[in-house]
Each structure stands twice: as structure tokens, then as C-alpha cells.
Write a protein that binds this ligand. Structure first.
Ligand SMILES: [Zn+2]
Length: 514
């Protein structure tokens, strides 16, 4: 009786964990027993592995096979252990010899083909961190895996090619062997192409001509990482503006880009390159709550809010979203992350995004001149957005209608790169100022710090603030929002503290109370 032992990786949220697959062939009734697989879908692995083995010309022993996945307590899901299970079984029978420095990932088709898996990038990162020298995985995942330097990637289309290399009798194997199976991929071979929809990726602020109010609000929002509400009639260019916010944000750091790619990978999106551009997610107003914040059957997957981590979450026609769906954004707005509890397990994903909401002034969606909605109808529509969500939005800006002819023109507007340079300078000033107070951007400075003796505006600026506050509806929260925006205006202008003009402009950008 011999033992097979193969290494693989299980994904728990965004973290890959080491799993050892052990197999033992011995006495007892014929059959295959899988231990350490709580996920019901994994019992199907037995049937897939048996069929794949038979159809590859390396049938499993008719004797009793016991397969154990260690540690048993680790929540394991999905079909990514198929290859490791098959190899452990064949090694237990002495048919192959499996290297101990390699992690094996992949689902098997009944014909023995390796099928692509989700979450390749975090799995390969984990394999490298665990000290493995090599990872074997499905060919479709090779490009994504090659993004990880410091570990060899060996992709296969069919398991027969892998079995042949591990010492199985080649005269018995029968499977197509497409050229290139097992050929190594290295980190140098990455694709230069980006990901994401072309609509959000090839845009530039230069295409937005006119729209001084909207452009200015966007720049202030980018400078201080403020959430922003754009209110205006259809055709005002709200979407056009929102799509261009990522183009004026500072690029992601290497670590942030890796994290962003891991989120896409676990979310089931193809990842072919590390993208330094902040992500942009624009879920439709009919989107479900799980699609927005994460969920699904089994172990929950990240939703749009997490895919937007480090970038922009844009909710067009925000008032049309289900109230419950909007409500689900309170947790990430508060904490910057989302913890999802489902029957298949619990997962936490980061979700620190900049929220941009756009809304028409009323439900009819007609231009202002043709709108016949009553004041009550308009108020009710607006009320759908009010409450805790709106509380967190510093900038509320009304953008006037503009004809498409004026919106799209030959690049007469200032380019994104020029605006981004000012934003990055403003961010640097904030990071230095707020570092001792545990914040990096104006939008996330606690109100107590803003109002402290050290930072409260004095002199003319203080008088401007008092005047704005006495003007009527400025609540304590409203004062904090005015101060946050005023700091961003000062940072953009290179001033060391907000002047009276910054306070007055901030009070306008803050917009009306809900
Ligand atoms: Zn109307």
C-alpha cells in the first residue's frame, strides 16, 4: 500500500490557503471516498476525476481509494482540486511521480481536458508565498498566472500531457496533445493590453467641452476623494463626466493594482494585465443587491462595490435603484470593506470606492422645460436618495443641460493629464497634513479634527464659515462637509489653509440639504 500526496491551493475570499491532497489505495470494498470536502459540489469531483482518468488512458484502480484533503476544517469549494485529486490517486498506485515543489490547480472535464478556473491570480500569489517553485494550471489561466513573478507557470490543455511528463505509460495514454502543453510561461510574457470596457478606458476629460461646473466639481472630488452627486436633466453629460473621474485620479500603486486584479479574478473576470488605472464600475439601476455588494451561491464572490475598490463606483439614475440595494452600500461607505455571510461560507472583500451618483431632478426624465412634475413628486423622488447614503456625499452639484454638440468636440477642454497633475499635488499635501490624524484624504478626515483649534479656519475664513452657517440650513454635518471641500479647494490652489473664498465656494459645491 502506498500513499499519494499532491499540493494545491484553496481560495478563501481573496486569500489562497495550502491544501494537501492525500490518497491511499488499499483493501476494502471497491470505491472512492473523499474526505475533507464539505462543499456538496466537491462530491461531484469523484465522478469527474474517474471519467477523466478513464478517458485519458490512466483509469483509477478498481480497488478502494481513500482521498483526504488536509486541513479538513478549511472551507473548500469548487472544482479546482480535480487535477490534484487525480494525481494523488495515480501516485498512490505508483503510476506517476508528483514533484513536491509544485502546486496543481484545475478542474477536469469528463474527457480529461483542463477547464479554466476563477481566482487564478490569488491562488498563484499564495503558491509563491507558500514557497512553491512551480504551478500547473489550465492553459486558459496561463496569461493571468504569468502576472506573478517568481514562480514557474506550466499550463496544460489536457491532463494526458501532464500524466506523460509525470511518468505515466505513454503507450496507454490517449488524448490529443496540442502543441505547447507544459511549456513554461514567465512573468515577462504578459500582454500589454488593458482590461475594462472601452467606454471607460479610452476616455479623456478633454472631450468634455464647456460644463465648467461639472468639470470643476469632478476635479474637487478627485482632489479630496469626495463622493459626489450630479443632479441634472437628461443630456447634461453626467455620465460623460463620471466616466472620466478615473482618468484624473492618481494611478494605483503596484500593490493596489495587484489587489484590484485579484478582485477581478475572484469575481470571474479575465485578467490579462496589471492595470494601474483606477477601476470604474457602473452597475445598472436594475442590478441586484448581490451583484452590487457581492454574494451568490456557495462562498460569496465580490460585487461591483468591491470591483470598484480603489476607483469609482458610478450609480446612474441613482434614485431608480431599489432602496434596499442602495442601503447595502452603507457598510462599505462606513468601513471600506464588505463582509458577506452565505451558506457556503464567509468572505471579506475590500470596497473603498469613490461614489458618484447621478440623478434627474424628477422621475419623468424630460428636459426641465417640458417637465410637468409637481413639487411633491419632485420632492418624493429626491427623498429616495436622502438619508444615510446622502449624508456621506460631500459634493452635490447641479449640472445644467447642454447640447451634445457642445459636449463632444475636438478636444478643446483641458486634458485629463493636466487635471490629474493638480489632483496628485493636492493629494500629496493632504497626505502630509492628515498623516498624524490617521487620514490620507480630506473626505475621510474626522469632523473633530476639522473643527479642532489646530485646523478650524480663523480670521476671514472663520467669519465666512459663520456666515454660511447662519444662512439657514447648515447642520453640524453640513459644516464638516463645507470644511472638507474647502480644504480640497485650498489644496488644489496650493494654499496652506482655506481662505474665505474657499469656504464660500465649498458652501456652493456642498449643494442643498436633502
Ligand atoms: Zn419631471
Amino acid at each position: 500500500v502506498s500513499l499519494g500526496s499532491v499540493h494545491t491551493v484553496a481560495l478563501v475570499g481573496l486569500t489562497g490557503r495550502h491544501v494537501q491532497v492525500q490518497a491511499d489505495v488499499g483493501g476494502g470494498l471497491p470505491g472512492m471516498i473523499l474526505l475533507g470536502l464539505p462543499d456538496a459540489s466537491l462530491s461531484e469531483a469523484r465522478d469527474r476525476v474517474r471519467a477523466a482518468a478513464r478517458n485519458s488512458g490512466a483509469p483509477l484502480s478498481p480497488r478502494r481509494i481513500t482521498v483526504n484533503l488536509v486541513p479538513a476544517a478549511l472551507p473548500k469549494r469548487g472544482p479546482a482540486f480535480d487535477v490534484a485529486i487525480l494525481l494523488a490517486c495515480l501516485e498512490a498506485e505508483g503510476l506517476v511521480s508528483v514533484p513536491g515543489d509544485t502546486v496543481f490547480l484545475g478542474e477536469l472535464g469528463l474527457d480529461g481536458a483542463l477547464r479554466p478556473l476563477m481566482g487564478t491570480l490569488p491562488c498563484v500569489l499564495a503558491a509563491r508565498e507558500l514557497g512553491f517553485a512551480c504551478v500547473v494550471l489550465p492553459r486558459e489561466n496561463a496569461e493571468e498566472a504569468a502576472l506573478v513573478p517568481g514562480i514557474r507557470v506550466r499550463p496544460y490543455a489536457h491532463v494526458a500531457a501532464l500524466l506523460a511528463e509525470l511518468g505515466a505509460d505513454p503507450s496507454k495514454l490517449h488524448a490529443p496533445r496540442p502543441a505547447g502543453d507544459g511549456g513554461e510561461r514567465t512573468a515577462g510574457e504578459r500582454s500589454a493590453s488593458g482590461t475594462g470596457s472601452p467606454a471607460s478606458r479610452s476616455v479623456d476629460l478633454a472631450e468634455v467641452v464647456g460644463q465648467a461646473t461639472g468639470r470643476h466639481a469632478l476635479e474637487v472630488a478627485a482632489a479630496g476623494a469626495h463622493h459626489v452627486l450630479l443632479k441634472g436633466p437628461p443630456g447634461a453629460g453626467k455620465t460623460m463626466l463620471a466616466e472620466r473621474l478615473p482618468t484624473i485620479l492618481p494611478p494605483l500603486s503596484e500593490d493596489e493594482a495587484v489587489l484590484s486584479a485579484c478582485l477581478r479574478s475572484v469575481g470571474g473576470q479575465p485578467v490579462s494585465a496589471l492595470d494601474r488605472r483606477p477601476p470604474f464600475q457602473a452597475p445598472h439601476h436594475t442590478t441586484s443587491t448581490p451583484a452590487l455588494v457581492g454574494g451568490g451561491s456557495g462562498v460569496p464572490r465580490p460585487g461591483a462595490a468591491s470591483l470598484a475598490h480603489g476607483g469609482v463606483l458610478f450609480l446612474d439614475e441613482a434614485a431608480e435603484f431599489a432602496a434596499r440595494t442602495l442601503d447595502a452600500l452603507r457598510e462599505p461607505l462606513e468601513s471600506g470593506s464588505l463582509t458577506l455571510h452565505r451558506s457556503g461560507g464567509t468572505a471579506s472583500y475590500p470596497a473603498r470606492f469613490q461614489l458618484v451618483m447621478a440623478t434627474n431632478p424628477c422621475p419623468c426624465g424630460k428636459p426641465t422645460r417640458e417637465c410637468e412634475c409637481s413639487a411633491l413628486v419632485r420632492r418624493r423622488y429626491w427623498a429616495r436618495l436622502s438619508g444615510p447614503l446622502l449624508d456621506r456625499i460631500d459634493l452635490r452639484v447641479t449640472v445644467p443641460a447642454a447640447s451634445t454638440k457642445h459636449l463632444v468636440a475636438g478636444g478643446a477642454g483641458e486634458a485629463s493629464s493636466a487635471v490629474r497633475a493638480r489632483v496628485e499635488a493636492a493629494r500629496a499635501a493632504q497626505a502630509e497634513r492628515w498623516a498624524p490624524h490617521g487620514a490620507a484624504v480630506n473626505a475621510r478626515v474626522p469632523g473633530a479634527v476639522l473643527r479642532s483649534d489646530r485646523f478650524r479656519p480663523a480670521g476671514a475664513a472663520g467669519r465666512a464659515l459663520a456666515q454660511a452657517a447662519s444662512g439657514g440650513t447648515l447642520t453640524a454635518r453640513g459644516v464638516d462637509r463645507v470644511l472638507r471641500i474647502a480644504w480640497s479647494l485650498a489644496d488644489l490652489a496650493g494654499r496652506t489653509s482655506p481662505g474665505p473664498g474657499d469656504i464660500e465656494s465649498a458652501a456652493v459645491l456642498r449643494g442643498e440639504e436633502a
